[in-house]
Every structure is written in C-alpha cells, then in structure tokens.
Design a protein around this ligand. Structure first.
Ligand code: FE2
Length: 292
C-alpha cells in the first residue's frame, strides 16, 4: 500500500472576500494572512499535487488547515480544490484549527466538503458539550492497514490555536482500536501533535495526556500544525510531522507499506521541492507492529 501525507496547504485567497463585518478573531486572522500571503503560494501546492499524483498513492492523508480563517467562502474554495485533487475514497481529510476557526465554520465545512467528512456534524456547535466531533474518527482499511482520522480542531478564543479531541471521540477511537485485529497496522492522523510537550499550551492538543494510553505502540501517527518536518517517537509509536504544503519546500511524506510474515515493512520518504523538482530530504525503513 502506498500512502502519502501532507498538511497545512492554507490554499485560500482572501483578496476577493470583503473584510467588512468580520469578527475580531477573523480580522486579526486576515491581518496574519496578509503578512504571510507570499509564504503560502498556490504554485507550490500545485507542484506538490502534481508530484504526488505521479506517485499514484492508494490513499492521501491531509491533516488540515486548508484555509486561513474558516470563512464559508474559504471552505467553498477548499471544497472545490479537494474535488479537483481526488475523490473521497482516495483522500482522508482531518480539519485544522484554521478550518474550524469560528462557530459558523463547521456547518460551512459540512456544506462544502461534506462528502469528505465521515458524517454530517450535529447541530449545536456553540455548545461545548455537544458532539462537536461528530462522525470522527474517520476509519479506512486497506489489506490489514487501518487508518484513523481524528478531528482535533474546534473554534477557540482569539490568540489560541489549541485543539481537543473530546471525550466522546476518544471513546470512539478506543472502541475502534479495540476492535481492530492485533495483526493490523494502525495509522492515526490528526492536525495537532499528539503529545503535550511538543507545543506551548496556546497551540497544543489540550487532551493529549488522555490520548497517550490510546497511542498504538509499534504503530504510526501523522500530524501537521507546526509547519515543520519532524520524525520523533512516543515510546515505540513513530510520529511524523509534515510542514506546510504551500511553502517553498512543499513537503510531503510517502509511505510504502508491505505486509511481512511478522509485522509490516514501512519505507518512509520525505520529499521536498527544490526548483522545479522534488528531492529526497529524509528516508527511513522500519518494521511496524512486529508480532511474536
Ligand atoms: Fe497551519
């Protein structure tokens, strides 16, 4: 199986969207976009997409931040781009904090990329106790490889980019993992880093401590959010962060996964753009889920 991970394309263009009437959070978000608008270029993302399509992945995993301020107009732009990239059975999308930026973002997300979500979100998104993470985790399987997409994004106060999975989503993940055959390879994907110490509290996954017992030892976690490329570990769980897809480097990770007599052979390549081509920046090969 060939899986490709990329993240944080921040592909939307706010120039045609009026600033009048924006909330304070969105107004500040727009100023931030204005400062960064030459850092996130569509041409870089287009080059990445062409390169990954040439590699014919079985599944693309995209860990969020398609937009800047989660406006309905931006979510419509993102939905059109998703449809141009791949059908829903070829891409697993988990929202980022910039996608679910404000209370109206979730409904617009369902309107414009509903076919890429595991289920329609429930109403009442302004209620913290509501099941904001409806339908997540998304769950895909390919020949003994199980991929779980988690939604760690939710609207936050000004100045915060933190995330949360919520008790209900964690319970559903625990149930899914318990039902997964022990011989399977498990891949978790989410926007925020799964460990509490990786980022400051303002940008962290607030229930990372509660997620720790669920991280599958010997398996794989993919995430974005930090706009950096990093390979690290929690115990024997391998964690791969991939930077922003629309920056000059336009990084993506390719995973070629082969079942073996015991476990799965995984070859990971980090590819980054250099001029008009992509080059290998990092590679590793390991055996995941080694069974006795
Ligand atoms: Fe981002």
């Amino acid at each position: 199986m060939r899986l490709i991970h990329f993240s944080d394309p921040h592909l939307t263009d706010l120039r045609g969207i009026p600033a009048k009437g924006l909330s304070a959070k969105r107004y500040l978000g727009r100023l931030s976009w204005h400062r960064r608008r030459f850092r996130h270029l569509r041409s870089n993302l287009d080059a990445l997409c062409a390169a990954i399509m040439d590699l014919q992945p079985d599944l693309i995993v995209l860990t969020g931040d398609l937009t800047h301020t989660g406006l309905p107009e931006e979510l419509a732009q993102a939905g059109a781009w998703l449809r141009s990239l791949a059908p829903p059975n070829r891409i697993l999308v988990t929202p980022g904090n910039h996608d679910l930026y404000a209370q109206d973002s979730w409904a617009a997300c369902a309107d414009h990329w509903g076919e890429y979500l595991p289920a329609s979100p429930s109403s009442g998104q302004d209620d913290k106790d509501a099941d904001h993470w409806a339908g997540f985790p998304a769950h895909r399987t390919f020949d003994g490889i199980h991929i779980y997409g988690l939604n760690s994004a939710l609207p936050t106060a000004i100045g915060l980019a933190s995330g949360e999975l919520g008790a209900l989503q964690r319970q559903r993940l625990a149930k899914l993992l318990a039902e997964t055959p022990s011989a399977a390879l498990k891949v978790l994907a989410l926007h925020h880093p799964p460990l509490p110490e990786v980022m400051g509290k303002r940008r962290a996954l607030l229930d990372a401590a509660e997620l720790q017992p669920l991280l599958p030892g010997g398996h794989i976690v993919l995430h974005g959010h930090g706009h950096w490329n990093r390979s690290y570990a929690a115990g024997n769980t391998r964690i791969f962060a991939t930077g922003s897809a629309s920056t000059t480097q336009a990084p993506f990770r390719l995973f070629d996964i082969q079942p073996m007599a015991a476990g799965f052979n995984v070859r990971m390549e980090l590819q980054v753009k250099q001029g008009d081509a992509f080059r290998l920046a990092e590679s590793t090969e390991f055996v995941a889920n080694i069974r006795p």
